[in-house]
Design a protein around this ligand. Structure first.
Ligand code: FAD
Length: 434
């Protein structure tokens, strides 16, 4: 390719597709490069799709997007080794005309998303790995080099949507490599079952869906969570923990997944299923304080590559789509002023992102990642065990007077954490949450 482009987008995940689509729709000449065989072939997600963020890109997406189930129920489980304490929210109001959240299968979804990018006029090249950013003598990014050879491909601006590893940005010195205490390693399996079996086990009708987020002794005192998402004919099931915690404990991701699957609350949901797929992927979990420089001379970075992930709410793809769209809108505004794609002008992207829910939400939880990591034994092991025992004590009828039961429960908390520890944990949690 010898021609010059208005923009090059590296990666065809959620962020890259959102950016390429937005710029192509605005008449820009866009080249998108994806190393996978097709868009989505390399991507791993639970996956919950948040409709609002996609609607801003493709308002009528419900007409032909490959969606699995619309969510009517969310369950949170605090688990110990043989039980779970649950908070379930189920509402018929989610059976609305334009449902708010869906389960999806990324390989199918990304392929569809990519077809919309092509329809909008972008050139999408798969099986093409960008090996290096091309920079001029002053360090300005002026294009890319790929594994297809043929020299540099030039553009006014390069959008880095290369995902969590962000090797290109790191190699070019635009950002640091994510540290082990800022990224989680998640493993996931797809369990296939008859559609009716899934609906019966999860108490669903038609295309209704449910997701379960789980924390507790399943992560063996490490900072991490498990998930179980019901699709039409399969269940996505996975677990992830901070890489630093895997290093510290010597636990293995597949060891954790295996235990999670054998937990009595989980085993009955997947009983008799056929596992057809498994995958592993990193998730950026450093939050607000881990966000790198977002723009520079001739470049912007979006999505997971910019560490934009809200681990508390399990949101990533929506932050990726939004940052991709906002970056593209900012670029298009700079272009319409016929201004250069300089760091000074591309700062508009950061300003627009700061004003959006993306940065506002990450800022709100800025102290959470550290709190969870430095107190993982308490939050992911001690408290789930205590809460489970308290619940068992509360519901088991065995002739023990209730006041005695209450004393036993209170004593178990104080013995495990002391009064100062209990108040300290509550205070730190409340402060990090506010
Ligand atoms: P990616 O989707 O990772 O896309 C990056 C793309 O860049 C890939 O296609 C890759 O092949 C390509 N690429 C990388 N390097 C190069 C290169 N050098 N040249 C060319 N192409 C390149 N988020 C949610 O919102 N809901 C969920 O339920 C959810 N569940 C998750 C479960 C798991 C197990 C994991 C791992 C993540 C989950 N996430 C979830 C997070 C979500 O998947 C990410 O936030 C989202 O995919 C980020 O999109 P992205 O476009 O930034 O990166």
């Amino acid at each position: 390719i010898e021609e010059r482009f208005d923009a090059i987008v590296i990666g065809a995940g959620m962020a890259g597709n959102a950016a390429a689509l937005t710029m192509a729709k605005r008449g820009m000449k866009v080249l998108q490069l994806e190393r996978g065989e097709y868009s989505g072939s390399k991507n791993v997600q639970g996956a919950i799709l948040y409709a609002d963020m996609l609607e801003k890109l493709i308002p009528d997406f419900r007409e032909d997007a490959p969606l699995e189930r619309h969510l009517v129920e969310q369950r949170f489980w605090m688990m110990d080794d043989r039980s779970h304490v649950g908070l379930h929210y189920c509402s018929d109001e989610f059976n609305e005309q334009r449902p708010n959240r869906y389960t999806i299968i990324r390989a199918q979804f990304d392929k569809w998303f990519s077809s919309k990018v092509r329809e909008a006029g972008a050139t999408v090249l798969c099986e093409t790995t960008v090996t290096e950013l091309a920079q001029d003598a002053k360090g300005k990014v002026v294009g890319v080099r790929t594994d297809r050879g043929g020299g540099e491909i030039h553009a006014d601006v390069v959008v880095l949507a290369e995902g969590v590893n962000g090797l290109l940005g790191t190699r070019a010195g635009l950002r640091e490599r994510p540290k082990p205490d800022k990224v989680a390693l998640a493993v996931k399996e797809m369990h296939f079952l008859q559609r009716e079996t899934i609906e019966e086990r999860f108490n669903l009708e038609g295309d209704e869906g449910v997701v379960i987020e789980a924390a507790g002794t399943i992560s063996r005192g490490m900072t991490g969570m498990g998930f179980i998402y019901a699709n039409k004919e399969c269940i996505s099931l996975g677990i992830g923990c901070l890489v630093a915690d895997f290093q510290r404990t010597g636990e293995t991701p597949y060891g954790l997944l295996d235990r999670f699957k054998r937990h009595p609350s989980v085993a009955r949901l997947i009983k008799g299923s056929e596992v057809k797929e498994y995958s592993a992927h990193l998730i950026p979990e450093g939050g607000y304080k881990a966000i790198p420089q977002l723009y520079g001379e001739g470049w912007v970075v979006v999505g997971d590559a910019a560490q934009l992930n809200n681990a508390i709410h399990r949101e990533g793809s929506n932050l990726a789509m939004t940052s991709g769209r906002i970056a593209a809108e900012a670029i298009s505004q700079v272009r319409s002023r016929r201004a250069p794609m300089s760091a000074e002008n591309l700062a508009l992207y950061k300003k627009m992102l700061d004003d959006s829910f993306v940065i506002k939400d990450l800022k709100k939880y800025k102290d959470m990642p550290k709190l969870m990591h430095t107190n993982s034994q308490n939050f992911f092991l001690t408290y789930p065990q205590l809460v489970s025992r308290a619940m068992q004590n509360f519901v088991r009828v065995d002739g023990t007077p209730k006041t005695e039961k209450e004393k036993v429960t209170l004593k178990s908390f104080v013995n495990a954490r002391s009064w100062i520890g209990l108040f300290g944990d509550a205070f730190r949690l409340a402060r990090a949450w506010r």
